[in-house]
Design a protein. Structure first.
Length: 518
C-alpha cells in the first residue's frame, strides 16, 4: 500500500504547479525591477527633475521588498541605490575616476543595510519611509561631515510636496515622498488600509504646511547677482586669477542703478600677496590683495551699493587657505566677513591625505581653514545670512544664518571646475529647499553658472545659463521671523522615523499570528 506523500513532496508539488500555471507569464526579474526603481528615483533628481518619477521609483522599490528574505531585500536595495547614484554623481568621475564608483558603492551599502532592516511583509509600508529618512540623515551627516548630494528631497523641490519643507525640513519631504510611494505600491496590491493611511499622511502634511507659521516682511532691497562667465571644467591657475576678476568687474558694469546689494560668487577674488612676482608663463601681472580690495571698494562707492564678494587666499601664518566672503558698505569700507565653515571633502579639506594623494592628482596641497563664526555678515542694509557654495546643501547652515538674524540668504558659489551641469543643478534645488525651509529669498551667484534668485516659496524667479556673462537683478524682500524647520531642524522628522521603525517591529508577534495557517 502506498502511503500519503510526504510534506516535502506535497510542498514541492504545489510549488511546481504554481510555476507552471497556464496563462501566466514570468515578469521581469527582481534585479531588473530594482535597477528600474533606482533609475526612476534618479530621473526625479536634477538636472532631470521629473518629480513624479521619484514616487514611482520608491513605489516599485518598496514593492520589491515584499515577500523577500533579508539578503534579497539587501541586494535589491543595493541595486536600486546604485542605479540612483551612478548617473546623479557622474560628475565626480572627472575629478577622481576612483572616487565616483567608491561613492556609489558606499551609498549602495548604506541602502543595502536599510533594505535588510525593512520587514518583508505588510509592515514594510510603515517601516520604509522611516528607514529611508534615517539613511538619508546618515549620509547627510557621515562620512567626512556628510555628502548630501542627489537626495530624494532635491527630486521633490519642484513638486507639490515641496512646501512641507517649511514644517520640519527636507527630511519630512523625504518621508512624504516615500509615503507617496507607499500609497501607490499598497494600492497596486489592493492593500487599501496602508494605501489610505499613507495618502492621508501626505495630504495632512501639505495642509499643515499652508497653516504653519513663517516669516514676515521687513522691507525690500534691489539686488544684483553677478556672473562673470567663462569656460566650465577649469582648474585653479595663478595666471588666470586676474582674468576671472576682470570678467566680474566687466559684468558689474552692466548693473542697472539704483541697486542696494551686489553679490559676487565664491572665491573669484583670488589675489596674491602684494609684491609677489608673476611666473614667466603669465601674460598679465598678478592680481594683488591691495588692488582687489581697492577696486571692490571703488565699485561699492560707484554703485552706491553694499558689495559682497568671495575671496580666496593664504592664511596669515601661511599654513592654510582661507575661503571667505567680504562685505563692503556703500562708502567702500570693508565692514565684515564670513569664513566658510562647512568644507568640501577632498576639495577644500582632505581626510586621509596620504592615501588620497596616491589615487588622485587633483588633491589640493593645502587645506582650507574652516571658519567658526555665525553665518552672517553685518552691513548697513542689516544682517545678511550667507551659505558659501557647499554649505547650501546642508539645512543646518541656513538655519544658523536665519537663527542669527539673517534677513536674506546669500549663496556665493563656484562650480566652474565641475564637469557637466549635474551638481550645479542640484545646487539650485538645494537653494530652493533652503528658501522654503527658512522662508527667505535666496540669491545665488556663480562665476560660470548657475546663478539664480529664488523666492521664499522656492520658485526660481531668475536663473542664468552656463558660461554666459550675466547679471540677475530683482527687488526682493528682507524677512524676519522663523519657520518650524528653522526652530526644530531635523529632530522631529528623525524621531518620528525612528518611532515608525519601532512600531513596525513591535507589530511582529501579532503579524505572525495573523499570517499563521490553521
Amino acid at each position: 500500500m502506498t502511503g500519503p506523500p510526504s510534506r516535502r513532496a506535497r510542498t514541492s508539488g504545489r510549488t511546481q504547479t504554481r510555476k507552471r500555471a497556464p496563462g501566466r507569464r514570468a515578469g521581469p526579474p527582481a534585479w531588473a525591477k530594482a535597477v528600474v526603481a533606482g533609475l526612476l528615483v534618479a530621473a526625479s533628481v536634477p538636472p532631470w527633475g521629473w518629480w513624479p518619477l521619484g514616487w514611482a521609483g520608491l513605489a516599485l522599490w518598496v514593492d520589491l521588498l515584499g515577500g523577500a528574505r533579508a539578503g534579497a531585500r539587501a541586494g535589491r536595495s543595493a541595486l536600486a541605490a546604485a542605479a540612483w547614484f551612478a548617473p546623479t554623481t557622474l560628475w565626480m568621475a572627472d575629478m577622481t575616476l576612483l572616487g565616483w564608483p567608491l561613492t556609489v558603492a558606499g551609498f549602495s551599502a548604506m541602502f543595502a543595510a536599510a533594505g535588510a532592516a525593512v520587514p518583508g511583509d505588510d509592515r514594510r509600508y510603515l517601516a520604509f519611509p522611516g528607514v529611508l529618512v534615517l539613511v538619508e540623515l546618515l549620509r547627510w551627516s557621515w562620512p567626512f561631515g556628510g555628502v548630501p548630494i542627489a537626495t530624494v528631497a532635491m527630486g521633490q523641490a519642484a513638486g507639490p510636496l515641496a512646501p512641507t519643507a517649511r514644517l520640519f525640513g527636507s527630511l519630512l519631504l523625504t518621508a512624504l515622498a516615500a509615503a507617496a510611494g507607499v500609497a501607490l505600491a499598497a494600492a497596486a496590491r489592493r492593500r487599501w488600509k496602508p494605501a489610505a493611511a499613507a495618502a492621508l499622511a501626505v495630504i495632512a502634511a501639505v495642509a499643515a504646511a499652508s497653516l504653519a507659521p513663517g516669516a514676515h516682511s521687513a522691507g525690500e532691497i534691489r539686488v544684483a547677482a553677478v556672473q562673470g562667465g567663462g569656460p566650465q571644467n577649469t582648474r585653479a591657475d595663478i595666471c588666470a586669477n586676474r582674468g576671472v576678476f576682470e570678467r566680474h568687474m566687466a559684468a558689474s558694469a552692466a548693473i542697472s542703478k539704483p541697486v542696494d546689494l551686489v553679490v559676487w560668487p565664491e572665491d573669484v577674488v583670488h589675489p596674491s600677496p602684494d609684491g609677489t612676482a608673476a611666473p614667466a608663463r603669465c601674460e598679465e601681472p598678478l592680481l594683488t590683495e591691495s588692488e582687489a580690495r581697492n577696486r571692490l571698494s571703488a565699485l561699492a562707492v560707484d554703485l552706491e551699493a553694499v558689495v559682497v564678494a568671495g575671496f580666496f587666499g593664504r592664511s596669515p601664518d601661511g599654513e592654510a587657505n582661507l575661503n571667505y566672503s567680504a562685505a563692503f558698505n556703500r562708502d567702500g569700507e570693508l565692514v565684515d566677513s564670513y569664513h566658510k565653515v562647512k568644507l568640501v571633502p577632498y576639495g577644500e579639506l582632505v581626510p586621509l591625505r596620504g592615501l588620497a594623494e596616491r589615487v588622485s592628482g587633483e588633491i589640493p596641497t593645502r587645506d582650507v581653514r574652516a571658519g567658526t563664526g555665525p553665518a552672517v555678515v553685518d552691513t548697513e542694509l542689516g544682517r545678511l545670512g550667507i551659505s558659501i557654495s557647499w554649505e547650501v546643501f546642508f539645512d543646518h547652515r541656513a538655519r544658523n544664518a536665519v537663527g542669527n538674524g539673517g534677513l536674506i540668504l546669500l549663496n556665493p558659489t563656484n562650480g566652474s571646475s565641475y564637469w557637466l551641469a549635474v551638481i550645479q543643478s542640484q545646487q539650485i534645488a538645494s537653494s530652493r529647499l533652503r528658501a522654503i525651509e527658512t522662508d527667505r529669498w535666496v540669491v545665488q551667484a556663480a562665476p560660470t553658472g548657475f546663478s539664480a534668485i529664488v523666492a521664499p516659496d522656492g520658485a526660481v524667479a531668475q536663473r542664468s545659463g552656463i558660461s554666459e556673462p550675466r547679471v540677475l537683478q530683482a527687488t526682493v524682500g528682507l524677512r524676519e521671523g522663523t519657520t518650524l524647520a528653522v526652530r526644530w531642524g531635523a529632530w522631529p522628522a528623525a524621531v518620528t522615523a525612528a518611532a515608525m521603525m519601532a512600531v513596525a517591529y513591535a507589530a511582529t508577534p501579532r503579524t505572525r499570528r495573523a499570517n499563521r495557517k490553521p
